[in-house]
Design a protein around this ligand. Structure first.
Ligand code: SAM
Ligand code: SF4
Length: 355
């Protein structure tokens, strides 16, 4: 029988029946990593990675991410509480989530960030806790976060030019970001990665200098294609460059074996870390997507660029579990065309989702 026809019949069943049926059909499978109890979506993808946005607020205003005026602070009662967040992680782990990334907004502006990290790292089944940050508050928080169980840090750094940094972040300084990098390197994290959003006419002239950081420091550097988010309208067609531009500027870079992540990996001779190319726009990697996202206001998002959301705010354990199951089964096969004219259908800016 055709797979599509089977799913058409299944889609007519109520969700609970669909999911229990799915369990009987061995939807909980032993994955290639040998982990048992991993949940699969309708397309056979094992969902093992949860990205959690702990706040929509930020101490920067990057032009591709959020409006110049920042975001209005939502009512405390409408945001996920610390207790709900930890409970959500327990439920996620019981469904097969193994890796967590704490993000935002800027996660380090959240008052209880160290406590959140400590508690989520200790949830049985969670094997890896990572954080994505702009680095500004790392001089104060790198050590406590490492002690709380954060294993890896991704730090955003789009340029090495102080004026350009001030322009793109609107209110930040390059010195503060570099002090954050220094703190991350000294805190003993297992891995430090730098994220640079590739923007035509802004930092494509700096590709070799940014790549050089992988020779100077034990870091990976990832170039991320600019995504046309809902409201980040500062950028015209010339800003959206394909990842291949990076390879054109780095003729010495040699491909290296993939590490199971979404980046295509390269390395410069003599480098201490890899160059990763992340291409959500020109060559999407949705077929290998193992992610689910949880927003700071308690919405599960099956896909970064889709408007579908499943709220877990205010729910008991069983209610949360049902929403996790629904979100996993609700993952689309891919995020659809993205371009300057086909903007993200997320219905939120990146700071409100968690990039
Ligand atoms: N504040 C933290 C930071 O900047 O690292 C974490 C949140 S931020 C939303 C996560 C990542 O999303 C950052 O690396 C940022 O550069 C990236 N990002 C934000 N908006 C983007 C866009 N429109 N296209 C590509 N990457 C984007
Ligand atoms: Fe803040 Fe990160 Fe968005 Fe920049 S990319 S505005 S640092 S959340």
């Amino acid at each position: 029988m055709q797979k599509g026809f089977v799913w058409f019949i299944i889609s007519l069943l109520p969700l609970r029946a669909r999911f229990s049926g799915a369990r009987r059909e061995n939807r909980f499978v032993e994955t290639y990593t040998g982990q048992e109890g991993t949940m699969q979506d309708r397309y056979g993808r094992s969902i093992t990675y949860l990205r959690i946005s702990v706040t929509e607020l930020c101490n920067l205003r990057c032009r591709y991410c959020m409006p110049a005026e920042g975001v209005e602070k939502k009512k405390h009662e409408s945001m996920l509480s610390e207790e709900e967040l930890i409970r959500a992680v327990r439920i996620a782990a019981s469904l097969g989530i193994r890796k967590l990334r704490i993000t935002g907004g800027e996660p380090l502006v959240k008052k209880n960030i160290v406590s959140i990290c400590e508690q989520t790292a200790a949830v049985p089944g969670i094997q890896e806790l990572c954080i994505t940050t702009n680095g500004v508050l790392l001089p104060k928080l790198a050590q406590p976060l490492r002690q709380a169980g954060v294993r890896r840090v991704n730090l955003s750094l789009d340029t090495l030019d102080a004026e350009k940094y001030a322009y793109i972040s609107r209110i930040g300084t390059l010195d503060a970001a570099l002090a954050g990098l220094d703190a991350a390197l000294n805190a003993g994290f297992e891995k430090v990665k730098l994220n640079a959003v590739l923007i035509g006419g802004f930092n494509d002239d700096e590709i070799p200098q940014l790549a050089e950081l992988t020779r100077q420091y034990p870091v990976d550097l990832r170039f991320i294609e600019l995504m046309p988010m809902y409201d980040s309208g500062d950028f015209g067609p010339e800003a959206f460059l394909p990842y291949t531009v990076v390879l054109d500027k780095l003729p010495e870079a040699k491909p290296v074996e993939q590490d199971g992540g979404v980046a295509k990996l390269y390395r410069l001779p003599g480098a201490q870390g890899n160059i990763g190319l992340i291409s959500p726009v020109s060559a999407h990697f949705c077929a290998a997507c193992n992610r689910l996202r949880l927003t700071a206001d308690g919405k599960l998002k099956p896909c970064l660029h889709a408007s579908d959301e499943y709220s877990i705010k205010g729910l008991d354990d069983e209610g949360m579990r049902r929403q996790f199951e629904a979100a996993i089964l609700g993952k689309p096969s891919w995020h659809g065309e993205l371009s300057v004219t086909n903007r993200s259908r997320a219905g939120r800016n990146m700071n409100e989702i968690g990039g």
